[in-house]
Design a protein around this ligand. Structure first.
Ligand code: ADP
Ligand code: MG
Length: 256
């Protein structure tokens, strides 16, 4: 039997904004059920890498595979673009992103926020989507907030709503970009708990985080990025317990 391919795999990815090289040949693989954490200083390319995974950003060189299926390109270098919009949509809807700033729609209730993409992008049936939305809002502990607007919620509740919204797409993997960075410390923990529950369920996740305790607790694999390259990677007990690179040691001592 052939092993299941990783949900997302990136091989030797290069990405520049104009003349600024941001990713200089980065590879990663997220096998089904694994949690990958991306750590590194501000500006090291973490968000860019995450956004390349679900095709929110173009890249100039390297391959992206979704469940073993290579993304098809046309053109090359700075003219390279994905060739097939349906493939892009399929990949993007299967890799749901949770942003630092929640990005909820202010004019929609929490329930409408969670239902919107499954209804309009996936064209799923309304009653089924509503049942799923309520289920996921219950799961993240805000089932009683269906009919309020985002501004009426705390930051931690808004981020949990954003996680419910991502889950309601029934994606193959969840991508988190600093999900707790905008929150006060006392609200951070309620979001951390939801992320830990998702990890324990066996969800495939890639998490950009500044929270080393979260990365140590939930990850199967941690990647330390430095100036657009992987400086060191490995299981969390190795990376945090016995860091080899001087730069990683410096980074870890600065974050404690
Ligand atoms: P991180 O998430 O690790 O802080 P980013 O991926 O956001 O890093 O940014 C990596 C580098 O790319 C930084 O030098 C940043 O200024 C630059 N960058 C990010 N987005 C853009 C953009 N849209 N246009 C130009 N430069 C960008
Ligand atoms: Mg970032």
């Amino acid at each position: 039997m052939t092993p299941t391919p990783p949900v997302i795999q990136i091989d030797d990815l290069h990405k520049a904004y104009g003349a600024l090289e941001v990713l200089k040949g980065v590879s990663l693989s997220a096998p089904r059920g694994h949690v990958i954490s991306l750590i590194g200083s501000s500006g090291s390319g973490k968000s860019t890498l995450l956004r390349c995974c679900n095709l929110l950003e173009d890249s100039q060189q390297g391959e992206i595979l979704f469940k073993g299926e290579p993304l098809l390109w046309k053109g090359s270098g700075h003219n390279r673009r994905p060739a097939d919009p349906r493939q892009v949509l399929r990949i993007r809807t299967n890799l749901s992103m949770v942003f630092q700033q929640f990005n909820l729609w202010a004019h929609m209730t929490i329930l409408q926020n969670v239902m919107e993409a499954p209804l309009t992008v996936l064209r799923r049936e309304r009653a089924e989507v509503e049942a799923a939305a309520r289920k996921y809002l219950d799961k993240v502990g805000i089932g009683d907030k269906c009919d309020v607007f985002p501004a009426q919620l705390s930051g931690g509740q808004q981020q949990r709503a954003a996680i419910a919204r991502a889950l309601c797409m029934e994606p193959e993997a969840l991508l988190f970009d600093e999900p707790t960075s905008a929150l006060d410390p006392e609200l951070e923990q309620e979001v951390v708990k939801v992320i830990k529950d998702l990890a324990n369920e066996g969800r495939t996740m890639i998490i950009v985080t500044h929270d080393m305790k979260l990365a140590a607790d939930v990850s199967d694999h941690v990647i330390f990025l430095h100036q657009g390259l992987i400086e060191e990677q490995g299981p969390p007990d190795m990376l945090f317990g016995a860091p080899k690179s001087e730069r990683l040691r410096g980074f870890l001592s600065a974050t404690h």
